[in-house]
Ligand binder design. Structure first.
Ligand SMILES: [Zn+2]
Length: 316
């Protein structure tokens, strides 16, 4: 599976192609998603939809589409140029550049990644351009938190929510990306529908280990004599504690889904839990994340959580 096919089947493509076909292209589009990898790829496909001359644009195969994909089409200009956030100087360059006619096509497309992280000054500067854009100019902004974008920019941009992906779609993509089937299954079901998250957990070993450990805790932590052993396993990931606890919350949701339907599972020891204990454990996980964000001692957070899980199981 290619991301291009995924895009073509998305509502993002439906909205954009509608605008192209009806000659209703907006001067600014804002693609909203916390999936930074996916939204960046989609931004390029949207640019291709505006510039590709094929009948079924974006075709993904023509010279224009391929060059946009590889970042070497002169009328698609991407910011930020490095890994920093967009600054006023970047917008100054855009304002100067925007006055120059496109080189190869009839439009110039500026892709501004992570625009919600751009400084307020930079956002204000762009606003002036959005108020009186050059006829040939189109902006594609991406943002994960739209609340950090000035309302005046938001109101001038056509907002498109990218949405989360199905686990199965992520799994297929990971397999087509060369990931083995077991890892693809494990990671995709624990990725919150977020491809960036899935890719990062596939590529780093600790990401996978964290998912395995979270499941291990729910299946094999039998009594308080095992808390020290599991506490030591968890401490290995004390710098990724939020990730570990988030994975535990996914386990809670999975088990709750199975309990609610009286289903069986080869993955989880469902008999150890009921909906009441799972609810209590879910609250404990939320509490643990709060403590972690407040820089509490990781050792005591982990011990408290593990003992809390046992207690919830016995009490409920
Ligand atoms: Zn094309």
């Amino acid at each position: 599976m290619k991301l291009f096919d995924l895009y073509n089947n998305s509502h993002v493509a439906t909205i954009v192609s509608h605008d192209v076909i009806n000659n209703m292209i907006n001067h600014s589009y804002m693609l909203v998603s916390s999936d930074t990898y996916l939204v960046r790829e989609y931004a390029k496909y949207v640019a291709s939809a505006f510039l590709c001359k094929s009948n079924d644009a974006p075709c993904g195969n023509c010279n224009v589409c391929k060059r946009i994909e590889h970042g070497n089409y002169s009328d698609v200009i991407v910011y930020p140029k490095d890994n920093k956030n967009i600054m006023t100087e970047d917008i100054n360059s855009i304002v100067l550049d925007e006055a120059v006619l496109p080189f190869e096509s009839d439009k110039k497309v500026y892709i501004l990644y992570d625009f919600d992280k751009a400084t307020v000054q930079a956002q204000n500067k762009l606003l002036k351009t959005l108020e009186e854009p050059n006829k040939s100019t189109i902006f594609i902004l991406t943002a994960s938190n739209i609340n950090n974008v000035l309302p005046t920019i938001r109101s001038r941009s056509k907002k498109i929510e990218v949405g989360v992906l199905d686990d199965g779609v992520i799994k297929d993509y990971l397999i087509s990306d060369g990931v083995d089937a077991f890892t693809a299954e494990l990671v995709s079901s624990h990725s919150f529908g977020n491809l960036t998250y899935a890719l990062s957990h596939t590529k780093n070993i600790s990401g996978k280990e964290i998912i395995v450990l979270a499941k291990d805790i729910f299946n094999n932590l039998k009594d308080s004599s095992m808390v020290l052993e599991y506490s030591n396993k968890c401490l290995k990931y004390k710098d990724n504690l939020e990730d570990l606890v988030s994975q535990m919350m996914i386990c809670v949701q999975d088990i709750a889904r199975i309990c609610a339907t009286n289903g069986e599972s080869s993955e989880y020891n469902v008999g150890l839990y009921n909906l009441k204990s799972l609810e209590a454990i879910s609250s404990l996980c939320e509490e643990a994340i709060k403590k972690n964000n407040a820089n509490c001692n990781p050792n005591s957070i982990i011990d408290g959580l593990l003992l809390g899980i046992l207690e919830a199981r016995y009490k409920c």
